[in-house]
Design a protein around this ligand. Structure first.
Ligand SMILES: Nc1ncnc2c1ncn2[C@@H]1O[C@H](COP(=O)(O)OP(=O)(O)O)[C@@H](O)[C@H]1O
Ligand SMILES: [Mg+2]
Length: 406
């Protein structure tokens, strides 16, 4: 290839990759290959009792005696299993029948503001997407109606839920946020047109797309033009107004770089979760990141004072068996105190699959794990979900539910 011009070489690589991607796409499109064709697995009574925070024995009794309870499906060993839809139905019956109060019913009541959580860290590989996906699934099973807005042009969150705007030519968050094009007369679409349902009930997604990079150019251009359009920082919160009543929680998965889209999400958010991977924890870079984040916040605050209901750190890819990490975690806890979540997202090769993405835990067959391993990972994620739930409940003026240790 030495005699080729650099541009020719690059074009050749482009061609190779293009062909490879087309092949991969065909594979994805073959009818039996899409994971969205399969529903989420069903859950045992024990699992349901955990999600809904009702004692196992009480739940069994309620399932047998209360009117309106779903039938479930009987599987081997005469055990009952319930789909995610049925878990939601159970939740509603429990509230109607007065078996639980609003502290265990994570739906907004009139006057409660929509919770909007931005998962934020300008580094890649700190588990933003894995954490968002796992958190979304567990909170959805607890009853939250969730809209995920995928702001990463790489769209890995959307990918994980088998929604591929760029492959399937679907509208994406870009189409919602883009600016009016006066030359062609085309403008943004309503967010309702871009929302995709998923195979997880209670989780909808506004997919990410490569074209989000366009939004960055358009925003810069809008400064030069002296904008008459909605300023960039308000574009996400404005777009969300249309669907405000349908979701209890909006979750933003963000790209690993600062962008106008990220600032717009930071402006729309009511709470912030900052994942810190043990790997990134040279504390110097953390301090720098926080300084940068504060600067970003100041940009937002030039327009409007911004107060969050909570800002929390969570340690990710954490492995307590590594002495260096253990030391770091206690260092952070002693200095950040209550701002650090009590639960860490434990590191687990068991759920990182062959590809470069991780399956959300609830999509993995628990019987393919050692029971202890599964429980350890589930405990870690469910603990994080409970802490996030507690913050949201507080923002709705409710007293968070505290689980009894079982
Ligand atoms: N707790 C974990 N244990 C093991 N691997 C993880 C864990 N969390 C994330 N990973 C892996 O690390 C990589 C980066 O995670 P990802 O969630 O995509 O980070 P980000 O969104 O911050 O870039 C992925 O390959 C993922 O499978
Ligand atoms: Mg990511």
């Amino acid at each position: 290839m030495a005699d080729l011009l650099a541009s020719e070489q690059l074009m050749r690589f482009s061609g190779i990759i293009d062909t490879a991607l087309t092949q991969q796409k065909e594979l994805l499109h073959s009818p039996d290959k899409r994971k969205s064709d399969q529903p989420l697995r069903s859950f045992s009574v024990r699992e349901v009792s955990h999600f809904l925070r009702v004692k196992y024995n009480s739940l069994r009794q309620y399932l047998n005696t209360l009117e309106g309870m779903p039938p479930g499906t009987t599987e081997t060993g005469n055990r009952k299993y319930y789909t995610a839809e049925e878990v939601n139905q159970i939740l509603e019956v429990l509230l109607e029948e007065g078996k639980i109060g609003l502290e265990r019913f994570p739906r907004r009541q009139p006057g409660d503001p929509q919770a909007r959580l931005v998962v934020y860290n300008l580094k890649g590989g700190v588990s933003k997407t894995s954490l968002s996906a796992n958190l979304a699934q567990i909170l959805a099973l607890q009853g939250y109606r969730i809209l995920v807005v995928d702001l990463d042009p790489q769209a890995s969150f959307s990918d994980m839920f088998d929604i591929q705007a760029d492959v399937d030519d679907l509208p994406s968050i870009y189409d919602v946020l883009k600016y009016e094009d006066h030359a062609t007369g085309t403008g943004p679409i309503s967010i309702t047109e871009a929302i995709q349902g998923t195979y997880v009930p209670n989780i909808d997604i506004v997919p990410g797309s490569m074209s989000m990079t366009e939004f960055e150019f358009e925003t810069s251009a809008s400064f030069r033009a002296g904008a008459d359009a909605t300023p960039f920082h308000r574009r996400i919160s404005d777009a969300l107004e249309t669907v405000d009543e349908f979701y209890d929680l909006v979750l933003f998965d963000t790209p690993p770089h600062l962008s106008f889209a990220v600032i717009s999400a930071v402006f729309a958010a009511t709470g912030m979760l900052i994942p810190l991977s043990a790997g990134m924890l040279d504390v110097v870079s953390l301090a720098k990141f926080l300084e940068l984040a504060a600067g970003t916040m100041q940009v937002v605050e030039q327009h409007q004072d911004k107060r969050y209901d909570f800002i929390r750190f969570v340690l990710t890819r954490y492995s307590a068996s590594d002495p260096a990490q253990l030391q770091l975690s206690s260092f952070l806890r002693s200095h950040l105190g209550g701002a650090m979540l009590k639960h860490d997202f434990v590191s687990s090769t068991a759920i990182a699959d062959a590809g470069n993405t991780m399956n959300p835990l609830l999509e993995v067959d628990p019987s393919s794990f050692h029971r202890k391993t599964y429980d350890r990972i589930f405990g870690s994620l469910s603990g994080i979900a409970d802490e996030v739930d507690a913050e949201i409940m507080k923002s709705w003026g409710r007293t968070p539910f505290v689980r009894e240790e079982s």
